[in-house]
Design a protein around this ligand. Sequence first.
Ligand code: DX5
Ligand code: ZN
Length: 221
Amino acid sequence: MQQPVRIAPSILAADFARLGEEIAAVTAAGADFIHVDVMDGHFVPNLTIGPAVVAGLRPYSKLPFDVHLMISPVDPLVPAFVKAGADIVSVHPEAGPHLHRTLQTIRAAGKRSGVAINPGTPVEAALQVLDEVDLVLVMSVNPGFGGQAFIPSQLAKIARLRAAIDALGRTIDLAVDGGITAETAPPVIAAGADFLVAGTAVFAGGAESYAANIARLRGGS
Ligand code: DX5
Ligand code: ZN
């Protein structure tokens, strides 16, 4: 069943010189999760943050950290992000030889597991491992950068996943990541998503705008 919409600000769009304060600010502004984009300059063409930074940021919010790993090979670094304080760890099927095993490893560490599927990745990649995940992350842009335009063809993928999750009868978060704005959020929610990752749209306008930005994405105003 589709859950109430949760908002996960992507700190990729925050002020990197003040990440701790930015995380505290979106927490106070009503965010539900903190989305951390980890990129290796290899799996995706950008380089962001590692486990030491995640550990350093952990005290700045009581919200769960939703860590999106865009690194390959992913397996050797999963334990470091778990130790750093990740609550959800999401991985891409292309980032290692045995997706199912990687998801089992995340759960065995006591964390929630996520599978992230790129716009060009068939929905079957997620359907095949639904039993092993707590979250499916549909990428509505090609991963690597914030501020890209939403890819509308992913709406059909969201709808297919909604139906598959409902048929399973177990709670799995259906998250969408990339190009989420006040304009793209309503069709994404209508297609069945209940977890929106947003960077640019949350961190626009400085800290005094964050609460309104989050409420708008949730459909509050
Ligand atoms: C893209 C990242 C996203 C990104 C979203 O690779 O996974 O989380 O930061 O940024 P916006 O909301 O600006 O598209
Ligand atoms: Zn992300």
